[in-house]
Write a new protein. Structure first.
Length: 81
């Protein structure tokens, strides 16, 4: 599959952002959600279209919500609630 963002990259970005712990990253639910979000993005992202940091933020939000974690923006920064 031609990923725009590989599932592992998505998980690692959430960990680096402090939105997911390394322990949570091993959950089958988290791994499944990352694969589904990455596959969906690959299916729908226009070829040749750039993918920036704000795109990644919203992808992380969708991934976390899909995995069952509630999120919201606080002071223009994505946070878990």
């Amino acid at each position: 599959m031609r990923y725009v963002v590989h599932p592992e990259e998505l998980i690692n970005a959430a960990i680096r952002s402090g939105l997911l712990s390394p322990e949570e990253a091993h959950s089958p639910n988290v791994r499944s959600a990352a694969h589904e979000e990455s596959a969906d993005l690959a299916d729908h992202w226009p070829a040749g279209e750039g993918f920036g940091s704000s795109d990644m933020t919203y992808l992380i939000q969708s991934f976390l919500e899909h995995a069952g974690f509630k999120t919201k923006f606080v002071n223009h920064r994505l946070s878990r609630v």
